[in-house]
Write a protein that binds this ligand. Structure first.
Ligand code: C5J
Length: 221
């Protein structure tokens, strides 16, 4: 399949491509989680849910591989560097108890993926202690086992966990596409800048496209 993308067409085969949804967890998208604790307006992120859900449903209908990630730490926080936990002056720190349970801790209500995008049987869920989806996770071997060569990204936040994951993937040889209306930042200017830097210099990190371009190629638009 080929889709219109920036800076030029993106080609992929469905059985060699995974849809990767970064950190669409309650901690970032709903009030009372890590995102809000850092002083952000989480309603900005909720705006991408309908488009993200449309792509997820279309991809599932085609039988494509879906990978969800969550930024999640062990209950004992052994995988949370003190430098990460102690940074800044948030209302609640990682591991503290908030309205949705312990902040950014695996298994807590706030750490679950939002209902609209909840994983179904057969989809892979990666818990990652860092910003990137490859760091300290089994993602690379899971992709290799399935002969995946291309990754299509959605999720939050554009310039933090999404861009970090795309850069990690790019350095590992994956061709990456970011769906522009299926990613968001707490800072709109950072989203714009991240999209521009990803596709600059002949797709130095990857391609970007609106979700309609992918939906069209999948026969859903
Ligand atoms: C952040 C993320 N922003 N998923 N995490 O800390 O982008």
């Amino acid at each position: 399949m080929q889709i219109h993308a920036n800076p030029f067409a993106y080609e992929f085969e469905l059985d060699r491509t995974a849809l990767v949804i970064i950190d669409m967890q309650r901690d970032f998208v709903e009030p009372g989680g890590f995102g809000e604790t850092l002083g952000n307006d989480v309603s900005l992120l909720q705006a991408i849910v309908p488009a993200t859900q449309s792509v997820l449903h279309a991809w599932r209908k085609k039988g494509g591989l879906v990978i969800h990630t969550r930024e999640a730490h062990r209950r004992d926080l052994a995988d949370c560097p003190p430098a990460k936990r102690n940074r800044g002056n948030p209302v609640l720190r990682i591991g503290d108890t908030g309205p949705m349970g312990r902040i950014l801790v695996a298994g807590e209500p706030g750490n679950q993926i939002i209902d609209a995008l909840a994983p179904v049987d057969g989809e892979i869920v990666i818990d990652k202690p860092g910003k990137g989806a490859f760091y300290a996770t089994g993602l690379q071997s899971m992709l290799q086992q399935r002969s995946i060569r291309k990754l299509i990204f959605m999720g939050v936040t554009t310039e933090v966990c999404v861009q970090t994951s795309m850069r990690e993937a790019n350095d590992r040889g994956y061709d990456c596409l970011l769906l522009e209306d299926c990613t968001e930042s707490y800072f709109p200017a950072f989203k714009t800048a991240a999209i521009e830097m990803i596709r600059a210099q002949g797709a130095i990190v990857g391609w970007t496209a609106p979700s309609t371009a992918l939906l069209g190629a999948l026969g859903n638009h």
